[in-house]
Design a protein around this ligand. Sequence first.
Ligand code: ZN
Length: 354
Amino acid sequence: MTLVPRGAIDCDVHVAVPGMATLLPYMSQAWREMIVTRGTDGLELASYPTTAPISCRPDWLPASGKPGTDLAILQREVLDGFGVRAAIVNCLHGGQAVHSEDLARALCQAVNDWLVAEWLDKDARLRASIVVPAQNPDYAAAEIDRCARDQRFVQVQLLASNEIMLGRKYYWPIYEAAARHGLPVGIHGGGAYRHAPTSVGWPSHYAQDYVSHTMGLESALLSLMAEGVFNHVPELRVVLIESGVSWLPGFLWRAIKSWRGLRGETPWFTTSPADLVRRHVRLTAQPFDAPGAEEVEKILAHIDCDEMLLFATDFPHWQFDGAEVLPPGMPAALIQKLAVDNPLATYPRLPTYP
Ligand code: ZN
């Protein structure tokens, strides 16, 4: 078993909004009335199927309610269990997927205020990503400006798949706002389901959906590079969350090969994809998606950069391997970087608060 160093920073833990009614106190009177009048106050806008085995390790299910709704379990299993100095909360919520821009804004604002009141204020080790309504990038930028005043928000949270590809200029106000506050943009696997999660059509089963998340991340990453986002916002840092690591070397090989032959069509795309990724992109290392120590070693050699990986437990999801949270075969020096040094370098707000 590979031990997690004390003082590690967990870069992906999940908490769940128990239900729409939870958010009502954080919404305006008009939205409260509309949600209750429509009868949608009993709705759950969750990403994972609430009772599916993949939603939570069975031994980590709370006595009642959804996985990720019990602070005591998060404290016992992650904060105290691994002795982490900080954990970054990513709240995946349907507010990032609903079609109405205005409802999306109201829900994301409510989720962020709920995160502060119910989680950040209750344990000083918790930090959070700002949940933004990417359905309207101006609304999203305003929400970043609003939340960034609280230093415990350390990242902007996007989903990989949205209305259009993430590199398009339509989304640039979000990257500008993130950079304005020195915040990395965390792109979490998943999407708003405007399109099939695979490039060849809609899957029938949840397992297909989950496996296809790497395709979403690959497409989003290449879109950011090819559209020139990193030229426009040179200080931007992107964190790819919960979609594995082992796909990266093969993806980069194909991206570099095609870029060499076709870069004439994107004259601003002058830096090799490998160099752009090393400079601007970080990945959480849970799940790692490699079967054993030998494979992990080879993947690390292909990535050839000890600054890119970030420790994460992905609490409370089923993919999380309990005490075996780090992949086998990692050198001790890399584990120290992944658990402590790399998160501190990626998230400028972590070392300064409290
Ligand atoms: Zn996650």
